[in-house]
Every structure is written in structure tokens, then in C-alpha cells.
Design a protein around this ligand. Structure first.
Ligand code: NAD
Length: 355
């Protein structure tokens, strides 16, 4: 396959982890006989430093014409004081909006040998491998009218969902479940909210088109509890924007370091793949960052944007083998022996080539 994957390294540790993930993509290219073009463009503070907006037009144009985008992170304390439209983070909202990325996929799995990296008992965490599918462009975060009274006496937001918005995100969840353990848990607050009752109706209708996938419904409060008590009981969770925002962070937290977590944002335009972590200015440029979140994001890119499931699994298997071999970056090592970003990424790339 020929594919153009736009690299947006961004700020802080972004360039380090994206370089690691690009090395892994090169290893996939060699092993499976593909031809990937990996052009780079600037975003975030890297663009601001050149006197450009955080999401330059040329970057957006390159994003639109690519087959997929791999982003590192944006954010730089030097720009924290400006207006929000001039901050590096504005680029993230801008690119998601411009590309119509309405589906956010956040997997949370416990990697072998890292059962003790998270806050839960290893026996509770064992076997955890879930995917949170979050609706990203609707609901309370975007609903109008919204506002705060000038005298500060009250404020309001609007929660609104259309059938079409629910239908399209539900399909993402069922399609993903087909490639996994074929179970979807739809999360809502149907005992209180009308939007949730419509959500439940539409997800049930879509589910009827996927007879091989089991569907159940869960209230968001029960789901939050169950992620902490029995995370391994979930396969795919599908939910609206705000519930997904909260539950995907909770799911990520139970499996351990922020540096391990990948994400995908999918929709009408080019898919965007990025680790969940930020630019980590405290460790930037020191070869300390864990590149696994970015490398696992590259695996998601192969799976969802390029439909290369075998290659995606090869990358995930390579991550697993390297972790099982005992290699750890500082965030996972608990003060014990650790390897740097480059060493970890090169080991995973080598494992892709030899598995
Ligand atoms: P952060 O995720 O950058 O860092 C939080 C902590 O986790 C830090 O101690 C950091 O060293 C550690 N960490 C993060 N990624 C790591 C990795 N791969 N390996 C090892 N340790 C890692 O969050 P923050 O400190 O709140 O934010 C820093 C900047 O990043 C801010 O400007 C923020 O706005 C931005 N940010 C960007 C994104 C994004 O680009 N998607 C997401 C979150 C925050």
C-alpha cells in the first residue's frame, strides 16, 4: 500500500515520541512491503515561534490531503498567558473541528508485566482491555444556547443530540466491537435525561443491525463504579461527549502511566492519531519520555485509517514483547533501571521487524 501519513510532532516531548513512532512505521513498511510517505508540518508553539497561528493554513491543507495524521503533543508554558485563540492548544480544537472528527477512540488495556503500574490490585486489573468510544463534537460541550448572566446569578448549557449524531457514533462502536470481543456497553443517564433516552433508543436500533455483537446499557454512575471495581468486564463502551470525557480518563488511569495511552479521532475527514499525554515540558528534550502512547497511536492509525489490521496487531505484539522482556522507561520503572525514549522506540521497531 502507498500512504501519506502526516507527522505533526508539535511541542515538548512531541517530537521525541513522534520520531520513535515514525521509526516503528518504517519497520512496518519494510516488513509488510508498504510505501509510506511521512511528511512533517508544524503545529502549536512550534508554529507560534515562527510567527504563525497555532494551526497554520499550510498545516491544515497538508492534514486534509494526507491519508492519516500522527500528532505528538502541543503546549508550551511560554504561551500560557496569551488569549486562548493564540495558545498552542487552540490548534487541537481547530484541527478536530476542521476535519469533522466526531468519534474519539481511547483504548485502555493492561500490558503484560505492567499489572502493578496502576492503582488497582493486579488481580482486579488482570485481563483489562477496553475501548471507550466517545462522541466528540456534540452534547453539552457544544449545545446552544449557553451562557452566564452578566450579574453572575445563573448560568446555563444545553444538552442536545440528534438521531444522526447518535447513529454515526454507535456504528463506530459496533464496527470496532466486531474486531474485538463483540460486546458493546452503551452508557447514558436514561433514568434522568431525555437525550439519554433518545441515545438508548437509537443505539438499540443500530445494534439490531449487528446481531453478532452483544449490546447492554449501563447508567453512567454505575459504569464509573464498575470501571474501578471490575475493569476487565468491559469490551467497547460507547457514550456521549461529557460522559466519555470523564470515563475515558478513568479507564486510562486504572491501567497505569499516562505515557502508555493512545487515541484516535475519526470522522468525515482525515483521521487524527495521538497519545493522550501532553507535551510534558518537565521532561522534554531529556530522552525520558515513554514513546509507547505514540507508538500505540501509530498502531491505531494502521488499523483505523489504513485498514491494516495485521500490521496494527504486529505493532501491538512488538510493544508487548519488549515490555515482557523487562524494558521500562523511567515512568514505569519505579526508580529501577530504565531505558530512554530512543532505546525503547528502537527496541519496539526491531521487534516489529523480527516477529
Ligand atoms: P502532560 O501530559 O504533558 O504531563 C503530565 C505528567 O505526566 C508530567 O509529569 C509528565 O512528565 C508526565 N508524562 C506525560 N507524558 C509522558 C510520557 N510520554 N512519558 C513519561 N511521562 C510523561 O500534562 P500537563 O503537564 O498537564 O501539560 C503540559 C502541556 O501539555 C500543557 O501545555 C498542556 O496544555 C498540554 N497538553 C496537551 C495535550 C495534547 O497535546 N493532546 C494534552 C494534555 C496537555
Amino acid at each position: 500500500m502507498n500512504a501519506t501519513i502526516l507527522l505533526l510532532p508539535g511541542d515538548g516531548i512531541g517530537p521525541e515520541v513522534v520520531a520513535g513512532a515514525a521509526g516503528v512505521l518504517r519497520a512496518v513498511e519494510t516488513r509488510f512491503g508498504h510505501a509510506f510517505e511521512l511528511p512533517e508540518a508544524i503545529i502549536g508553539a512550534a508554529a507560534l515561534r515562527q510567527g504563525l497561528p497555532p494551526l497554520p493554513d499550510v498545516t491544515l491543507a497538508a492534514a486534509r490531503s494526507a491519508d492519516a495524521i500522527l500528532l505528538g503533543a502541543v503546549g508550551d508554558p511560554a504561551f500560557d498567558r496569551g488569549p486562548s485563540s493564540g495558545r498552542p492548544e487552540a490548534a487541537l480544537l481547530g484541527i478536530r473541528k476542521a476535519l469533522g472528527l466526531y468519534a474519539n477512540l481511547r483504548p485502555a488495556r493492561v500490558w503484560p508485566s505492567l499489572e502493578t503500574a496502576g492503582p488497582l490490585k493486579p488481580e482486579v486489573l488482570a485481563g483489562t482491555d477496553m475501548l471507550v468510544v466517545r462522541e466528540l463534537t456534540g452534547g453539552l460541550y457544544y449545545g446552544e444556547p449557553r451562557g452566564i448572566e452578566p450579574d453572575g446569578s445563573s448560568a446555563h448549557n444545553t444538552m442536545r443530540y440528534s438521531r444522526q449524531e447518535i447513529d454515526r457514533i454507535a456504528r463506530h462502536a459496533f464496527d470496532a466491537a466486531r474486531l474485538r470481543r463483540r460486546r458493546v456497553t452503551s452508557v447514558d443517564k436514561a433514568n434522568v435525561l431525555e437525550t439519554s433516552r433518545l441515545w438508548r433508543t437509537v443505539v438499540t436500533e443500530v445494534g439490531a443491525e449487528y446481531p453478532e455483537v452483544t449490546l447492554d446499557h449501563m447508567l453512567v454512575d454505575s459504569c464509573a463504579m464498575r470501571i474501578a471495581l471490575a475493569p476487565s468486564s468491559f469490551d467497547v463502551i460507547v457514550t456521549e461527549n461529557m460522559f466519555g470525557d470523564i470515563l475515558s480518563d478513568e479507564a486510562g488511569a486504572v491501567v497505569g502511566s499516562l505515557g502508555l495511552l493512545p487515541s484516535a479521532s475519526l470522522g468525515a475527514g482525515t483521521g487524527l492519531f495521538e497519545p493522550v499525554h501532553g507535551s510534558a515540558p518537565d521532561i522534554a528534550g531529556k530522552d525520558l519520555a515513554n514513546p509507547i502512547g505514540a507508538i500505540a497511536s501509530a498502531a491505531m492509525l494502521l488499523r483505523h485509517a489504513l485498514k491494516l489490521e495485521t500490521e496494527a496487531r504486529a505493532v501491538e505484539a512488538a510493544i508487548e514483547r519488549v515490555l515482557v522482556s523487562g524494558l521500562k522507561t523511567a515512568d514505569l520503572a519505579g526508580g529501577g533501571p530504565a531505558v530512554g525514549t530512543k532505546h525503547m522506540a528502537a527496541s519496539i521497531a526491531a521487534a516489529v521487524g523480527t516477529s
